[in-house]
Design a protein around this ligand. Structure first.
Ligand SMILES: Nc1ncnc2c1ncn2[C@@H]1O[C@H](COP(=O)(O)OP(=O)(O)OP(=O)(O)O)[C@@H](O)[C@H]1O
Ligand SMILES: [Mg+2]
Length: 243
């Protein structure tokens, strides 16, 4: 579904992504791991057209992703993104946040978007919080609203950039639980995370990025249990040590 061919991207003379090749199939859950600065966020931003790239090609269902396209909004609807900081509209309730995209971007009627929005919020465990403003919600609840907002656009895939890194430890589980449910329902997901248990248990495949290259990849359980790459082994030691 998402195809990345020989992707390269530089900031000035700094090559941040260097010949990335990867394919993400429909229904697949792929975790993207790697040290700080290895290019994980940049890769996600290239996939949904938030960032330009110079070399290679990314396609979503055969359509080339190019941040300069006038119709790039179509790609962003099909491939949603959830960020570390929840990026909710502070002056809108949870439900209003969820309804906004379908009404303003997709032209759905307010009545229909509201009805769907309620269902989606209920599905992420927020039936009781629909009329709360972001500041009245915990970080975990806000992140679940952000996921609900992505789901409301009925995307084909969702990209997550460290969705639980900004959360207090006791709130991480509720967000991961929602993501696990999505994975079980067959949602295509690419997830940047340092949650190695989640990566091992929920994702199908892991890509280990280092200096803008994929240094190792393979089935999650296999690669995370028995990494062949020395630097990946070191990396795993460090992240599991911090947790
Ligand atoms: N807008 C920018 N201008 C210049 N350099 C940038 C820009 N954005 C990112 N970079 C650089 O590109 C490299 C990759 O950054 P990126 O944010 O993709 O890394 P990351 O793997 O997501 O790191 P982290 O784990 O810390 O989030 C870094 O060296 C970073 O400094
Ligand atoms: Mg990042």
């Amino acid at each position: 579904m998402i195809k990345i061919e020989n992707l390269s991207k530089s900031y000035g003379s700094h090559r941040v992504l260097d010949g990335i090749n990867a394919e993400i199939n429909q229904g697949e859950v792929v975790c993207l791991i790697g040290p700080s600065g290895s290019g994980k966020s940049t890769l996600l931003r290239c996939i949904n057209g938030l960032e330009r790239y110079e070399g290679g090609r990314i396609t979503v269902d055969g359509v080339t992703v190019d941040a300069r396209r006038k119709d790039i909004q179509n790609i962003r609807q099909r491939v949603a993104m959830v960020f570390q900081r929840f990026n909710l509209f502070p002056h809108r309730t949870a439900l209003e946040n969820v309804v906004e995209g379908p009404v303003h971007v997709k032209g759905e009627s307010l009545a229909s978007a509201t009805e769907r929005g309620r269902e989606i919020l209920a599905s992420v465990g927020l039936a009781e919080k629909m009329n709360h403003y972001p500041q009245q919600l915990s970080g975990g609840q806000q992140q679940r609203v952000a996921i609900a907002r992505a789901l409301a656009m009925e995307p084909e895939a969702i990209l997550f950039d460290e969705p639980t890194s900004a959360l207090d430890p006791e709130l991480v589980g509720e967000v991961l639980a929602v993501m696990r449910t999505l994975a079980e329902k067959g949602m295509t997901m690419v997830i940047v995370t340092h949650e190695m248990d989640f990566a091992r248990n929920v994702s199908d495949r892991v890509l280990f990025l280092e200096h803008g290259r994929i240094a190792e990849q393979g089935p999650s359980r296999e690669v995370l249990t028995n990494p062949r790459n020395d630097r990946m082994r070191d990396f795993l030691k460090r992240v599991t040590h911090v947790q």
